[in-house]
Every structure is written in C-alpha cells, then in structure tokens.
Design a binder for this molecule. Structure first.
Ligand code: ADP
Ligand code: MG
Length: 336
C-alpha cells in the first residue's frame, strides 16, 4: 500500500516557547488504522492541526496524499475529514440539516447531497432521530452525528482527535464499531489520537506512543506488547516506616528471585516483570513472608500497552474512570 501521510522531523514551537512537538517522524499507509497514544499535553492535537493544515508548522516536512501541507493545503482539505475535540454540530438544527449544511460548505450539488445525507444517517443509525434537533440527542448520538458530518464529502482519510473522550463505556464501544466499519468497509485511512490504552489496543493496527512531543515507540499493539516480553505482577504491601519496610528493601528481595527481569515503582507499590510470572508468585510470597513484610495485594497480568508506556517513560498513562452523574445523566470524568 502506498504512503498517504509522511512526516519527517516535524517540530512545533508555539509563540510562548512551548515545544509541543519535538522532532517526530512517521509514515502512514493507505487503508491503515493508525493511532497516536499519549497523555494530556503530549502533542497529539498539535500534530493533527498541522497535518490537517490548520496550523503552520515550525519546521520539518509533511505531506498528505502526496500534497505538501504548506504549498497545497486546499488539495489536502478536499480529501480529509477532521473530527476535533470540539463539536461542529449546531444544536438548533436537526441531524439532517446539520449534514446538509456540511454538504453546502463543501459545495455539493443538492441531489447528490440528499442521497449522501440519507446514506450517512443510515450508516450512523440516526434515521429515527434525523428530523429532531441535535440538542435533544444523547452524547453517543451527537458523536455519531459529528462523525457523519465529516463524512459528507466522502473523505479518504479521517483525523479523529480523541473521538471517545468523555463518552460512557457503552457509547464508546458503539463508536469503536463505527470506526472499524469505516476503515474496513469504506476503506478510509484512520489517524486517531487517544489517551485510552484499550482504545488504541482495540482499534489501531499501527501505533506510536507520544509523550512530551516525542515518539517513544512505534509498532502494532502486538509487537509492542511482545517487546516488553514479560508478564507483570503488581505488588503492594504494608509500608511501615518503623519496621523500615521501604520500597528499596522490597526491591532487594525481588531482585534475588530467579526469573525476575525488571522491577519498577508503580502507584503505591512495585511492578515486577518476569518471563513466567505465574511460576514465581509463590517464591515472591515466601520471600516477603520470610522478611515479615505483609503483602496487601498481588495482581498478575499479561503485558498491556500501559506496561509499554511505563517501560519507556517511567510513568503510567493516567486512566480515566467514567462516572455516571445520577442527576443529569451526563458523564463526568474522575482522575485516578
Ligand atoms: P495533546 O493533544 O496531546 O493533549 P497538545 O498538542 O494540545 O497535546 O499540547 C501539547 C503542548 O503544547 C502542551 O504543553 C500544551 O499546553 C501546549 N499548547 C497547545 N496549544 C498551545 C498554544 N496555542 N500555545 C502555547 N502552547 C500550546
Ligand atoms: Mg488534544
């Protein structure tokens, strides 16, 4: 498959001196589902703004579908769809009117446009609410309408900036299914950014993890997980100062256990990596017991993208817990 996006040594420094993107390079092939996974402030939106011709880069070279972002932005805009973190929906208009309006912006002819709008309402399962005002839509419906509105002109490449942030888990799942369908059945190349590991893992066939404006690692989710090459065991224990039970002591004990390949600090305890973690858990329990350190939890897991992020940055991606607001039915986020 030919390349559809080529980025070389891209740097973005904002007016106030913030280096939001710090020398990144990557290529995306036609038909690919590509993901940028990284925490808040990593540089994801900045990169998307440059690739979608909304922001002039500081330096580096960027081509989209063979067009240079600086010289041929009009050509790029014709073939891309962009879903930003802010919605483009007009709440006072119906779903159908919103889509029609988008078509007018794109100067589509009315009979063709009418057909396309019907097609999209069907594709996004919005037929039943097509003639209701968007303000009455649920969060999930709004996202679907948002998605439909960037598909009106049949783009071959979609940019999705955190498409499911703020959605409840069920609506998130529904959006994932639509995105997969667009990629597989409509053969649309996808560039998605996310803070959610599960989202990157589920959707992206190729992935770059971005942190502080730099790409720390790229590959398929499977390749990345194999790279850690080990299961992990998360341990927590009573950290009693008077008994001098510090992380250091626990680390020393773990370091002496055969099969342990790496030990990292993680929130409230330690994460231990080992080839066959299942087998060494009894050894760990015995060793801690012998040293009179009381284990409060032992969790075993196969590698996740979170482990990759931890390995390359020494930190964890903050996971966001979605909490339903019992009064308004609106979802708010609580940081963990
Ligand atoms: P992400 O989308 O991954 O959360 P952003 O690309 O929005 O990250 O931001 C990357 C960095 O650039 C952050 O430190 C952010 O505060 C900073 N930044 C974003 N937009 C601007 C701006 N217009 N001016 C100055 N700094 C900015
Ligand atoms: Mg962003």
């Amino acid at each position: 498959m030919p390349e559809i996006i080529k980025v070389d040594n891209l740097i973005q420094v904002y007016g106030d001196g913030t280096k939001a993107v710090d020398d990144i390079s990557f290529t995306i092939r036609e038909g690919e589902f590509f993901g940028f996974l990284g925490p808040n402030g990593a540089g994801k939106s900045t990169t998307i703004k440059i690739l979608t011709t909304l922001l002039a880069k500081t330096s580096g070279s960027v081509t989209v579908a063979g067009y240079n972002v600086d010289k041929e932005p009009q050509n790029i805009r014709k073939i891309i769809g962009v879903q930003s973190q802010e919605t483009v929906i007009d709440a006072d208009l119906t779903g159908r009117e919103n889509l029609t309006l988008q078509g007018h912006f794109q100067q589509m002819r009315s009979n063709m446009l009418r057909e396309r709008v019907d097609e999209l309402l069907k594709l996004m399962d919005l037929q039943e609410v097509a003639d209701k005002r968007a303000r009455n839509y649920s969060g999930g419906m709004k996202k679907r309408l948002d998605l439909a509105s960037i598909l009106v002109h049949k783009p071959k490449l979609l940019f999705l900036d955190e498409p499911t942030t703020g959605l409840d888990p069920q609506s998130r799942n529904v959006i994932w299914e639509y995105l997969e369908k667009l990629n597989k059945e409509e053969n649309i190349t996808m560039f998605l950014t996310t803070q959610y590991m599960e989202e990157a893992d589920r959707l992206c066939r190729k992935l770059s993890i971005i942190d502080n404006g730099r790409i720390v690692i790229s590959g398929s989710p499977k390749e990345l997980k194999q790279q850690v090459g080990a299961d992990s065991i998360k341990l927590s224990y009573e950290n009693d100062e008077s008994k001098n039970v510090t992380n250091e002591k626990a680390k020393k004990i773990l370091g002496e256990i055969q099969g342990v390949t790496n030990i990292l600090d993680s929130d409230g305890g330690l994460t231990v990596y080992a080839k066959n973690a299942g087998f060494i858990i009894p050894d760990i329990v015995r060793a801690f017991d012998k040293q009179k350190i009381k284990l409060t939890s032992v969790n075993f897991s196969s590698p996740t993208l979170d482990d990759i992020f931890l390995k390359h940055t020494g930190r964890r991606i903050r996971t966001e817990e979605l909490v339903q607001n019992p009064k308004g039915g609106i979802f708010s986020r609580r940081r963990r």
